[in-house]
Design a protein around this ligand. Structure first.
Ligand SMILES: Cc1cc2nc3c(=O)[nH]c(=O)nc-3n(C[C@H](O)[C@H](O)[C@H](O)COP(=O)(O)O)c2cc1C
Length: 541
């Protein structure tokens, strides 16, 4: 082993934070397990690290403890776990993002708390009206100020409502929202291209400067390829012809990828392809490397990891896969600042690792798309699947048969189908009259809209905490929740009031640094005992 000099990198160590490992515990534990690898503590100029020592020679050794120094490991900070360019580009302290959660479950309060703690949070704009989104932008801006700490909002692909997607982009450009998380895209739309390209300029050195950042959330290589490539020329030409971007922007667009941050999403809550991170992440990194080389981009593209991250070990694993940053979702829904009802959070706190299942999605119901939801304590998944099966087998509500229809009216809709249709029709006449007209003509579509009424309402009941509809709560949830509950059991984070978004994030990060440090020691041949990998949640300042 060679002595590795402590190389200061950056200014974080100057901020007076305690380093992220527990030297006393580690010292005692390692010394007990394997004497020759006795570990001593190095404390120089306020830095704290762990050093290995070789065989005991009384009176010798640089530290005077009788152990010749063989190697040192400097202190490790959570700030260093990811890609430094992520911190610099987005002006955050930690390589940690809280993902958007639809219908305002990722509230403005959640985004504000994240920003104030030096992390990036995305507002859950999906499913909300333009007015409601704008209200949230007002709240965030009032708390953080213009030019304050960075934050973002969601741009969700709306295949059924392209006008809405355009209107959201108009709003974001008008209000100067500089970071969006682009999700549910299968192919690129003019709206997302317009957002990414607007404001591109050439800097004094000729390098392309970006005004708006797209965080593309992907779980498939073919979608990743689109975001990792420059904007398609045909879309740029159309936007230019419509005067929606200018000529320099269109020209500079050929030199940059659409997204410089790509979040690889493994098995997660909500929309998911249920892929394991260990299979998906390296695949996307290879693709990124191929496209960076092909297009000779001027800047690196960062790849973040999401899906299944609910424990320090999982976060450490994501960083050791090479993640530039990590993004969490499910565990944040249990946070104090989340928009989910107290009853919904209580149900989440009971979840074990297997208490999730795939259920039909409200937005792409007819296509058979599914989302991962909480199974324990709610009948939603089973009931929604029953509605989907009926939709596939029947051509209209009328053809369901009196008995079947009576059952779903009594057990699921709790209202006559005609009444539900009347309410749905009124909704679509305002929101999208084309849908209402199509349903008038097409009885199968009418049935789909009636069933989607239940799927849409079930999320609202969970958010509002409707006591009469507990058994119908639709709560998006991935296996990370069960892992988080098992990790936090008996700790201060098991108490719902203590589960603030920042304590969740800081504990995951701090724990990931501890686990990483223990693994570093192990990789140097130290017989590191299991407790060194076990980080218990604690209030972190
Ligand atoms: C309740 C809930 C709602 C979500 N809504 C959205 C959304 O509207 N847009 C989006 O991009 N991702 C959404 N997600 C995904 C998260 O942003 C995040 O990518 C994902 O939850 C990460 O995986 P995890 O659940 O295993 O932590 C949602 C997740 C949950 C749990």
């Amino acid at each position: 082993m060679h002595a590795s000099p402590f190389t200061p990198i950056g200014s974080w160590r100057a901020n007076g934070q305690a380093p992220a490992f527990e030297p006393e515990a580690l010292l005692a534990a390692v010394a007990r397990v394997r004497e020759p690898s006795h570990v001593v503590r190095e404390e120089k100029a306020g830095r704290l690290g762990v050093a290995f020592a070789g065989e005991f020679v009384p009176g010798s050794g640089a530290n005077g403890a009788g152990y010749p120094l063989m190697a040192t490991l400097p202190a490790l900070y959570p700030e260093w776990l990811g890609d430094r360019s992520f911190l610099e580009t987005h002006r955050v302290r930690f390589p940690y993002v809280s993902g958007a959660m639809a219908n305002g479950i990722a509230t403005s309060a959640l985004v504000i708390a994240m920003a104030q703690a030096g992390m990036l949070g995305f507002f859950g704009a999906a499913g909300l009206s333009i007015d409601r989104i704008e209200r949230a932008l007002d709240e965030i801006e009032a708390a953080l100020g213009r030019g304050g700490p960075p934050w973002g909002s969601n741009l969700i692909h709306s295949p059924n409502e392209p006008d809405l997607e355009e209107a959201v982009v108009d709003l974001y450009l008008r209000r100067g929202v500089r970071r969006v998380c682009a999700s549910a895209f299968m192919s690129l739309t003019p709206a997302v291209v317009r957002y990414a390209i607007s404001g591109l300029t050439a800097g004094p050195s000729g390098a392309v400067r970006r005004h708006n950042y797209v965080f593309a959330k992907i779980s498939r290589p073919e979608v990743a390829r689109r975001f990792l490539s420059p904007a398609p020329p045909e879309i740029l030409r159309a936007l230019l012809a419509q005067g929606r971007i200018n000529a320099p922007e269109a020209e500079l667009a050929a030199r940059v990828p659409l997204a410089e941050d790509v979040t690889v999403e493994a098995d997660s809550g909500g929309h998911t392809d249920n892929r394991p991170l260990t299979a998906l992440f390296p695949t996307i990194v290879n693709l990124r490397d191929e496209l960076v080389a092909r297009h000779a981009y001027e800047r690196p593209i960062r790849v973040g990891a999401a899906g299944g991250l609910g424990t320090p070990t999982a976060v450490a694993a994501a960083f050791s896969l090479g993640a530039s940053y990590v993004l969490t979702g499910t565990v944040n829904q249990a946070a104090v600042e989340s928009g989910l009802s107290a009853e919904g959070k209580r149900m989440l706190a009971q979840a074990g690792i297997a208490d999730v299942m795939m259920a039909p999605a409200a937005d792409m119901f007819e296509l058979g798309v599914k989302v991962q939801v909480l199974k324990r304590g709610t009948m939603f998944a089973v009931r929604a699947q029953r509605l989907y099966d009926l939709y596939v087998r029947h051509e209209s509500l009328e053809s369901l048969g009196a008995e079947e229809r009576a059952k779903i009216e009594a057990e699921i809709l709790r209202a006559p189908a005609e009444e539900v249709w009347a309410e749905t029709q009124r909704f679509f006449e305002v929101r999208d009259p084309r849908e209402a007209a199509r349903a008038e003509r097409d009885p199968k579509h009418r049935m789909a809209l009636v069933f989607r009424w239940y799927l849409g309402k079930s999320s609202r009941w969970a958010i509002a905490g409707d006591p009469d509809r507990c058994l119908d709560y639709q709560i998006w949830c991935g296996p990370a929740m069960g892992a988080f509950n098992a990790w936090t059991a008996g700790s201060f984070l098991a108490v719902p009031e203590n589960r603030t978004i920042v304590q969740i994030a800081r504990n995951l990060l701090e724990g990931a640094a501890v686990v990483t440090r223990a693994q570093q020691l192990r990789s140097y041949g130290v017989a590191v005992p299991p407790p060194a990998f076990d980080f218990r949640p604690r209030p972190l300042a």
